[in-house]
Ligand binder design. Sequence first.
Ligand SMILES: Nc1nc2c(ncn2[C@@H]2O[C@H](COP(=O)(O)OP(=O)(O)O)[C@@H](O)[C@H]2O)c(=O)[nH]1
Ligand SMILES: [Mg+2]
Length: 360
Amino acid sequence: MPVERLGLIGLPNSGKSSLYNALTGGSAVVAQHPFSTTETLSGVAIVPDRRLDALSKMSNSKKTVYAHVEFVDIAGLVAGANAGEGLGNRFLAGVREVDALCIVLRAFQDENVPGESEPVEAFGILELELVLADLTACESLVERRRKSARADKSLLPEVEALEKAIGVLTEGTPIYKSTLSSEVREILRGSFLLTNKAVLIVVNLGEDQLDRSEEICDQVRATAGGSIDVLGVCVQLESEAMALEKSEREELLTGLGLGEGALPRVAQAAYHMLGRRTFFTTGDKESRAWTFRAGAKAPECAGVIHSDLQRGFIRAEVIHWDELLELGSWSAAKNQGKLGVEGKDYEVKDGDVLEIRFNV
Ligand SMILES: Nc1nc2c(ncn2[C@@H]2O[C@H](COP(=O)(O)OP(=O)(O)O)[C@@H](O)[C@H]2O)c(=O)[nH]1
Ligand SMILES: [Mg+2]
């Protein structure tokens, strides 16, 4: 499975590096300097999963292995970035390289940290930069494609798609908010446009704003449109909590009414947005979450575990995680005839627990 990355973008001092650190346990420089992130950092965040925790407990597993998702801390977005202002060019290159975007909008207020605390306004500035950069890219690309299409008619759909994109972008609309069809968006993928990526929004709240979290997030939702996930996170608080022992962390977060905290939801939303799904294996040695692409069939999923399992695939024994938990063990499920026996055409579902029969 190709590595797919989610890029954190936002205005300076919105909390990107802090969020990156909290998610990945990494060590991005967290500082008030606008361009403190001189090198692009990328790191892996664990995707917490209560289903896996429960399976691991059921099987008394020695090890629990979670899925993960990769984040990139991309600096350099300021007004004018589309024209190369600030670290504009590096910023644009960074965004082109990621597969999806996590937009960090600052709501927290702190007079010691320069920058505005208007998330809706910041979102507008940021979208405008992305739209302008895409418009420039499309306009130069469509010229070249039109010329080539005179000799090569197979390029006509791309020309048409670019023209549609230009129409949308000219109105100031990012492609992720447009009504362009998935076919057109697929054709445009080769053009590496910034707004032709899936988007997730994190609103960075101050501790004193936690009780207004939904109200603030709803204002962002109103401008973001229905298809974009908007999560409110108190990044500073959660990153401080990350530094604590697990039990102390839980005490702190539940004490504030934050449950397990918002970071798991950020990782889960990111994972899902990238089109990733999870199946499980469970036993006394380990319980493990494996990542597959939505719609994949059983042999391909077997191949995620090991290529031998795909090559020699015979069948998969399958049960959904919650049914297995109810039955209490794999052997109970087997004895009671509750395991599905599935062949090569079985489309694996998110939350399936698998055992692969194979022969090489
Ligand atoms: N008060 C407050 N400060 C924060 C919060 N999140 C980040 N900061 C501070 O804002 C500054 C910039 O954060 P940073 O993560 O480097 O922002 P970036 O420029 O977007 O990468 C740092 O001094 C952080 O400690 C928050 O939720 N509350
Ligand atoms: Mg930073």
